[in-house]
Design a protein around this ligand. Sequence first.
Ligand code: PHE
Ligand code: FE
Length: 277
Amino acid sequence: MDDIRDYTIAQNWSDYSADEHAIWRLLFERQQHLLTGRACREYLDGLEGLRVAADGIPDFRRLSDILDRATGWRIVAVPGLVPDDVFFAFLAQRRFPATCFIRRRDQLDYLQEPDVFHDIYGHVPMLVNPVFADYMQAYGEGGLKALRLGHLEMLARLYWYTVEFGLIATAEGLRIFGSGILSSAGESVYCLDDPSPHRLRFDLRRVMRTQYRIDRYQETYFVIDDFAELFAATRPDFAPIYRELAVLPDVAARLPGETRSRPARKKEGPRRSAARV
Ligand code: PHE
Ligand code: FE
């Protein structure tokens, strides 16, 4: 096991240029507009609570102090993708590893790696929610266990279809809680408004068997009813579930023979090492 401290770097907040802060503001304002009526209440409350204002790229220390008081989570700066075991170990210790760099102006809609906008704007507000905060820590612990058991692929799908691309059913209608959607202008509209993708009720075993594509909008979204229900469904020991599912075939994101229009090319990409299989 790598020492997670070796992967922590300084954010050097004062080194960001005026143009880098301006790119943040551009992305921020575009999403603020789109996410009203689309993001779930827990996310919007978290964003407000963090005062991750439109000012510019936030200082991780300032943000961590607020987040720490809310749920005991802190943000640590990392150079980019970290190995899976390091990523899980961070989460298990209520540390969220965030990338420092921001995308260039010609990458507003699409980039390969997670940047500071995806990691902070997309992920951190959800960590203000106590239930989601506990879920992420439990996921880190579950990740270390899945690695030991050799079933990371199944657990990574759970991360992908909840933390990154999850939807939640509310009295007002479907809302977004997945960070990969929340930081993407194109997919935050597509996932709710486009008739093409499946929107299936969350089912742990189905999620763990369902393949996904990282280079286009999702063909399948899973919908939870509330975060307590998600956490309850993931609380059981996964070891017997891994064994049960290991002998079953994978499920394609789009079932064979389906002819509905193909999803649009991806416009913005979250790339978390734990989600990469
Ligand atoms: N219950 C899971 C296990 O036994 C751990 C886990 C909890 C994973 C919550 C993801 C989310 O591995
Ligand atoms: Fe992510």
